[in-house]
Design a protein around this ligand. Structure first.
Ligand SMILES: Cc1ncc(COP(=O)(O)O)c(C=O)c1O
Length: 509
């Protein structure tokens, strides 16, 4: 019985063994009654674990292709009777192993940590989330949306539930264009594409610009969902270090010269996760470098409107005079994530190309949501809403910082962001895996996003990202209390572990 195992293959070893034995049974190479080698022997022959062969045999037994007989070992069964249930009206097919069918690209998209966190929050209402990247739910403008929606449905009738051009509802593109002009970006409605959230913009930009093997430069740390999109499009993502003024443009030139990237991805305002803002000088330097090296910039401005202190900094899009910047923003962080509307602003040839990708993706963004949002913007309600949430979020930021300060945890420090949603906390070096801390935190009933999620390489393990805006006053304090408890427990356990290791490594003589 000749079996070959390929250790480079994405198919697990046990499945390779199972499939080859199955094929030999169906092709008649192994006839009914044939005795398969004992598990241990086959494992030795193939140089695999015994459990691998056990799993393969287990699956073959479940498919009724083999069975164990006392005194005979494991024997092959008649494939027809095995493949067909006695009373079953249809042939009983092979159980399908979906993992074998998933594309290489889709396997690159997995983010189990994020999925687990989302599921956990749906399952356990007692858990306080500092992890989700969304605004405060109790501040969503529900009643205003209700009023606008019924007015819009009456006024525009069927149009609100009909198809729209892929580019978006033209009046909404006008409203967004007016909004952008206020902060200095002279973008016409034709240069705006309405998106189903800015994540879609990241994906469409990747599909439109990236060829397999391209390099993308991004801040390190950076927004992991963007990094994953670039990787699944076949790009290599290279991290450029940041400091308190955003991406280190003093290092950027050497990265541009060395890697010749397809584009630079940057979150210049209240960066996710670090909360840093790229200084005006660095923005100019980045643009000049982009011009010199003919490299486009994907500017992701998800958080720009959430400024609580200090002066706004002009966007790269507004500074750019030569059409190098593709700008992305969203209403997810200001209004609500469920409205699922974002936008992309770029030169017309870019819009035309990306529109083709969007057409294949979702034809257009939800019509009713676009009508209602346009009504909200035209009535000047968005500005009012922004003022209200800015006042509230700065209070929540201060509350969270106070609560952390009061806990007096040695070795824990954090940034003081002038805006955005996140505190980026550094924990003592001894916490070398914040995912371990997360498990303890979940036991205590609180969540955060572990720092390592944002790094391209194995780094950032002693960082955590906390959303300070999501929870109201009392809940912030309770959440921090739970977090501090989990942190103390982790510190104590690492300390006792260190002592144990030291005791064990003490010289005996
Ligand atoms: C930097 C950044 N860009 C884009 C997004 C995606 O936002 P949405 O698709 O909800 O507009 C997020 C969400 O967390 C983000 O942090």
């Amino acid at each position: 019985m000749l079996i070959h195992v390929d250790r480079e293959s994405r198919t697990p070893l046990y499945l390779q063994i199972k499939n080859q034995i199955r094929d030999m049974i169906f092709s008649g190479v192994l006839s009914p009654g044939f005795r398969l080698p004992p598990e241990r022997k086959l494992a030795e022959t193939l140089n695999v674990n015994r459990s691998t062969v056990l799993n393969a045999y287990h699956e073959l037994k479940a498919d009724r292709l083999i069975e164990s007989r006392v005194g005979c070992g494991t024997v092959v069964l008649e494939p027809h009777s095995a493949a067909r249930g006695q009373n079953a009206p249809f042939a009983c097919p092979e159980p399908i192993h979906w993992r074998q069918f998933f594309s290489v690209t889709s396997s690159r998209q997995q983010n189990p940590l994020l999925q687990d966190l989302m599921q956990l929050l749906h399952r356990r209402e007692d858990v306080i989330s500092f992890s989700l990247g969304i605004p405060a739910v109790e501040l969503y403008p529900i009643s205003v949306f209700q009023d606008i929606q019924s007015e819009i449905l009456k006024k525009h009738g069927q149009a609100t539930l009909s198809f729209l051009p892929t580019e978006g509802y033209y009046p909404l593109r006008e409203s967004i264009s007016r909004f952008m002009r206020k902060s200095g970006a002279a973008v016409s409605p034709e240069e705006i594409l309405v998106l189903s959230g800015s994540q879609q913009g990241i994906d469409l930009a990747a599909r439109t610009l990236i060829d397999p093997g391209d390099v993308i430069l991004a801040e390190e740390p950076s927004f992991f969902c963007a990094v994953q999109v670039f990787r699944s499009a076949g790009a290599r993502v290279i991290g450029v270090p940041i400091d308190e003024n955003g991406m280190r443009t003093d290092l950027l030139e050497s990265f541009l010269a060395r890697y010749k990237p397809k584009f630079i991805y940057t979150i210049p305002n209240f960066q996710n996760p670090s909360g840093t803002v790229m200084s005006p000088e660095r923005r100019r330097q980045m643009l000049n470098l982009a011009y010199s090296y003919r490299t486009p910039i994907l500017e992701d401005d998800a958080y720009g409107e959430l400024r609580y202190e200090g002066q706004p900094v002009t966007s790269l899009k507004a500074l750019d005079q030569h059409g190098y910047v593709i700008y992305l923003s969203t209403f997810s962080k200001t209004l609500s994530p469920g409205v699922r509307i974002g936008w992309l602003a770029a030169a017309r040839p870019v819009i035309r190309q990306i529109v083709m990708a969007k057409q294949l993706n979702d034809i257009h963004t939800n019509s009713l949501a676009q009508f209602v949002l346009d009504g909200f913007l035209r009535r000047g309600l968005f500005e009012q809403h922004l003022q209200m949430i800015r006042q509230e979020y700065v209070k929540r930021r201060n509350m969270m910082m106070d609560a952390l300060q009061k806990s007096m945890l040695p070795g824990v420090c954090w940034n003081v962001p002038e805006g955005g949603l996140y505190l980026w906390c550094r924990l003592p070096e001894r916490i070398d895996k914040s995912t371990v801390l997360l498990m303890r935190a979940i036991d205590q009933g609180v969540t955060f996003v572990p720092g390592e999620a944002f790094y391209l390489e194995e780094q950032g393990c002693n960082h955590i990202r906390l959303n300070f805006a999501l929870q109201p006053k009392g809940v912030i304090e309770e959440g921090v209390k739970r977090l501090v408890k989990a942190l103390r427990e982790t510190l104590v356990s690492t300390e006792s572990l260190e002592k144990e290791i030291k005791a064990q490594t003490n010289p005996l003589f």
